[in-house]
Design a binder for this molecule. Structure first.
Ligand code: ZN
Length: 591
């Protein structure tokens, strides 16, 4: 991207036409939205009006802005200081919207906006939002799967429309995103989210009342219902939600005939016929709240879990609203989903890897309480493939690198890539817990304050204070930098049977018992990332597990006292994500 832009500048300098200088679609960030949206489920229509504030984040003054909304919506009015502005509306191909295209308004501003200056515009747009899997089917996703993935629509029986990255139902300013072009779509979406994370949105969503239905309109976790029994039919009924800042939330609108159970901080919205699943959530609320309170503090911020009409629809989370089908009656899933949302209710954070990472980590700890460490590691294992491939690329690049550490990859501290701030972050919190123990980690989390998290090293310092241990090496490799993943193997193992020799080697004054053997184990880390890893020496009847810190591209040696004859060594129980797990077994030659 940067390369292409510098190429463009070069063209201009070489004297080619100035018209070749393309419109900078990402020059402006929308720092504030004040929107009123009216939904008409019977017509599948949406009409919106309000104000947006645009800030010029480019280095050049800008006279033109490209405002984009979904291709199924049309611009009606764009004004500044009560005067209509000239604009040209054109289709713009981009996979950032479910239709695979945007309606772009090229707006001429009343005056040139200097870098860092802002301008406020009044806007109005309307149109329909129907089920549309175009962008997925265009790259070969079967229609059936596309429908369960790209489920956004304003529908007669069910309305659910997700924000940026799904449906551009509020204006955005982005370069074209392409699904078929490697990671281009995710790069554009992540860049957009990063630019908007500090923005503010004040949203009022209204729906027309329907005499035969008891609808609820949901904006984020805020729901307002209306039913014919409520008396005179109003013109509309509305829910309001303020996002300040927007953070990672893709603001989402829902209109549905829900049954509502409010049990603060949880509001539960489910369809008729899904009472059994809703009951699982209600039953899990108290034990899960106790678990979350013990680890993360008391959940107080409102959260909502709402039903999806399509039982096969992929679940979706927008901040403190979780949309998930309640057609099934999976008790385990209800507990896990509640854990995740209640952690959000308890811990606010401006940092994605803290906010989402802790919630996914909590799911694993909860799973461990129910089914043991292996069950927890299985749950974490589902996250591993999400970031494994991209980490392998990073590792390959840093392996070849001989100069100072590369600045490529996705450091957790700054990433807006979901696979990192959710999946990799969950592992990082789990590794920290294994290293410092439950008590120190709980103490650090309780001392965490979102408002104080302004220094990148804030979390490291909280943990170091609680654990009384230096963790800079770990944070450097796992949080502040992305150098790929470690890769462990057992380099050698040596069994000492001679009592005398053993006691000299260990410096013990007491000689070990007759049946005690000592095993010297050397672990090697072939990767560029340091970690503390567990390894297990397996005997016929028992196992012995120890932990060892192995620095990047180094070896570390330790001794294990054994009351049995060792058969094999397994390094890493799955708690440390590594690039290659095929070399983790080591057979000990029988002696
Ligand atoms: Zn979450």
């Amino acid at each position: 991207m940067r390369f292409l832009r510098s190429l463009c500048v070069l063209c201009v300098l070489c004297g080619s036409s100035f018209s070749a200088l393309a419109l900078d679609r990402e020059a402006f960030t929308i720092t504030k939205y004040d929107l009123e949206v009216r939904l008409e489920p019977e017509q599948q229509r949406l009409g919106a009006r309000g104000k947006i504030t645009l800030r010029n984040d480019s280095a050049q003054p800008q006279k033109v802005v490209a405002l984009q909304i979904s291709a199924s919506l049309d611009w009606r009015a764009i004004r500044a200081a009560d005067k209509p502005l000239q604009f040209v509306s054109q289709p713009f191909v981009s996979d950032i919207d479910h239709t695979g295209a945007l309606s772009e308004a090229i707006v001429t501003l009343p005056a040139e906006i200097k870098p860092k200056d802002s301008v406020e515009l009044e806007i109005g747009y309307e149109g329909v939002i129907q089920l549309d899997g175009t962008r997925l089917m265009r790259v070969g996703v079967p229609e059936e799967i596309a429908r369960h993935t790209s489920w956004d629509q304003i529908g007669r029986s069910f309305t659910a429309v997700r924000g940026a990255g799904y449906v551009a139902w509020y204006p955005i300013t982005t370069e074209s995103a392409d699904f078929s072009e490697g990671n281009s779509l995710f790069e554009v979406v992540d860049r957009w989210k990063a630019r908007e994370a500090g923005s503010e949105m004040n949203l009022k969503a209204c729906s027309e009342p329907r005499p035969d239905r008891r609808d609820t309109v949901l904006v984020g976790e805020e729901g307002v219902g209306w039913g014919s029994s409520h008396g005179a039919v109003p013109k509309e009924f509305c829910a309001e939600r303020r996002y300040a800042p927007l953070g990672l939330a893709a603001p989402t609108l829902v209109v549905a005939t829900y049954q509502t159970v409010v049990n603060p901080p949880l509001s539960l919205f489910s369809f008729e016929g899904h009472e059994a699943a809703a009951a699982k959530y209600s039953a899990a609320l108290e034990p899960v709240t106790n678990f979350v309170t013990e680890w993360f503090g008391k959940p107080t911020a409102p959260i909502a879990i709402a039903d999806l009409a399509d039982p096969h629809a992929a679940p979706f989370e927008s901040g403190t609203l979780l949309l998930v089908s309640m057609a099934g009656e999976d008790t385990k899933l209800a507990g896990i989903n509640l854990v995740h949302e209640l952690v959000h209710s308890a811990v606010a954070s401006p940092r994605p890897w803290v906010y989402e990472g802790l919630a996914h980590f909590a799911e694993a700890v909860y799973r461990e309480q129910q089914g043991g460490r292996e069950a927890a590691l299985d749950l974490l294992g589902l996250h591993r493939s999400a970031f494994l491939d991209s980490e392998k690329e990073v590792a390959a690049a840093s392996q070849k690198n001989v100069g100072p550490p590369l600045t490529t990859g996705q450091p957790l501290i700054t990433t807006f890539d979901e696979t990192y701030y959710r999946s990799k972050a969950a592992y990082v919190w789990w590794m920290l817990r294994d290293m410092v123990g439950d008590d120190a980690l709980k103490q650090a989390i309780r001392n965490y304050r979102a408002a104080d998290d302004t220094d990148p090293k804030y979390v490291e310092r909280l943990l170091e204070a609680a654990a009384k241990r230096d963790l800079a090496w770990f944070f450097d490799d796992w949080v502040y930098q992305d150098r790929g993943l470690p890769d462990f193997r057992v380099q050698s193992a040596h069994l000492w049977k001679d009592d005398h020799e053993t006691s000299e080697q260990t410096g013990n004054t007491e000689k070990p018992g007759k049946d005690v053997r000592m095993l010297t184990v050397t672990l090697e880390n072939l990767g560029a990332v340091s970690a503390e890893v567990p390894f297990t020496v397996r005997c016929e009847a028992s196992d012995i597990t120890q932990r060892l810190q192995v620095r990047a591209k180094s070896t570390a040696t330790t001794r294990v006292e054994l009351p049995c004859i060792p058969l094999e060594i397994v390094v890493n129980d799955g708690s440390v994500p590594e690039s290659d797990v095929t070399n983790n077994f080591y057979k000990i030659a029988s002696q």
